[in-house]
Design a protein around this ligand. Structure first.
Ligand code: MRU
Length: 382
């Protein structure tokens, strides 16, 4: 069902031209010439960079069913909070086309079932549920007097709007955040928050990219981010494309560099932010923020307002995804398994950094400082 192709430099330019002319997009910023997730208007399918293959190969896959999109989110073909939100939105556009019912009212029950499967694919990042609910609301509001074909157009244009807005929001966040970066800063960055984690440009890495584009000299210490190695595989690959100087460190080295005065800032993204400013993000973020706080180094979370979940009073209520222990145990060292046969492992995908360790949260509406309880609400109203 799935189609796959490798992108070389020439194809990448063609993809961009095809893409811009077909879609009247707000823009393509990735040096790899395409968005991380996009709709192919000619073939009527959703395309995404296969992030499991990077950095070995830049491959794009195209999917024609909502079920296939759910699986791609679950198995992390596509990953990063904003990217999975956009992918899910396109997934629901596919679900309208797939509906077994010939009329719109019954189609909606199919959509609700598809929405539940999408949401369950990854429970921590609120952007996924946010995008799915937004799609359901828009489609649900247009059911009266529409043909199924018209409803498909409604769904697709809303999904495209979510994707386009994401790019524009990342750009705005990056402008706000770049003001925090000073010439000569060394920054520890956790996980991957670049163009690959969003539709384009990125959140925390987008801030670094914009600061670098403004002529500030920055150096990035890239947490490798065990166990899926999003830092070593994806962030390092992106930084290489952008020409930004970096070095990979193991997650356990961060405290050392922070205590030696070698680091001026810590930046990461967020998968969900509770009403009190507690931040759920990739596993390892909490320990990094603790070490930064102990050494008086500012810690910035960069996330769109769609990552803020005011329905949860604090971070203890955020559902944490537990993934397959094989992700921890399956790594090989010098060709040999890293653990004895039969070893067990734990594998929570995220942790919660309490608000007291966060200096500020950068959103598209501006930089939010404590008290987060009060100021996050104000930011959302803006
Ligand atoms: O498991 P992943 O790779 O989807 O986790 C991604 C992160 O934790 C990012 O830091 C987060 O989504 C915010 S950045 C867009």
């Amino acid at each position: 069902m799935e189609k796959r192709w490798r992108v070389n430099a020439c194809q990448s330019v063609n993809a961009m031209i095809n893409f811009v002319s077909n879609n009247a997009q707000t823009g393509v910023f990735s040096v790899f010439g395409m968005r991380t997730v996009y709709w192919d208007f000619e073939k009527q399918e959703v395309c995404m960079i296969d992030q499991r293959r990077l950095p070995a190969a830049l491959e794009v896959i195209s999917l024609r069913t909502c079920q296939a999109v759910s699986e791609a989110i679950k198995n992390m073909t596509v990953r990063g909070a904003p990217a999975i939100g956009a992918a899910a939105a396109f997934g629901l556009a596919l679900a309208v086309r797939e509906s077994k019912f010939g009329e719109t009212a019954s189609c909606y029950s199919d959509l609700q079932a598809a929405a539940a499967v999408l949401k369950a694919a990854r429970p921590t990042a609120i952007n996924l549920a946010w995008a799915v609910d937004r799609m359901l609301k828009v489609i649900g509001g247009q059911l009266e007097g529409r043909t199924l074909e018209e409803l498909q157009a409604v769904a697709l244009s809303e999904a495209q709007r979510i994707a386009d807005e994401d790019v524009e929001i990342n750009q705005r966040m990056a402008q706000h955040g770049a003001a925090l970066i000073e010439d000569g800063d060394t920054i520890i960055h956790h996980c991957n928050t670049g163009a690959l984690a969003a539709v384009d440009w990125g959140t925390a890495l987008g801030v670094i990219r914009t600061a670098f584009g403004q002529g500030k000299r920055v150096h990035v210490l890239v947490d490798e981010t065990r166990p899926r190695l999003q830092g070593a595989r994806l962030t390092a690959w992106e930084l290489q494309q952008y020409g930004i100087p970096y070095e990979i460190i193991t997650d356990s080295m961060a405290g050392h560099f922070l205590s030696r005065g070698e680091v001026q800032k810590v930046l990461f993204g967020a998968d969900r932010i509770a009403a009190n400013g507690d931040v759920a993000n990739k596993i390892g973020t909490y320990m990094l923020a603790l070490a930064a706080k102990d050494n008086g180094i500012p810690v910035y979370a960069v996330a769109p307002t769609s990552s803020i979940d005011l329905s949860l009073a604090d971070g203890r209520l955020i559902p944490i995804e537990e993934r397959d222990p094989e992700e921890v145990l399956g790594i090989r060292f010098h060709g040999e398994p890293i653990a004895p046969q039969g070893a067990k492992a734990r594998n929570p995908g995220f942790d919660v950094t309490p608000n007291r360790l966060i200096t500020a949260i950068v959103t598209e509406n501006g930089i939010v400082y404590p008290s987060f309880e009060e100021n996050l609400r104000k930011t959302l109203k803006r």
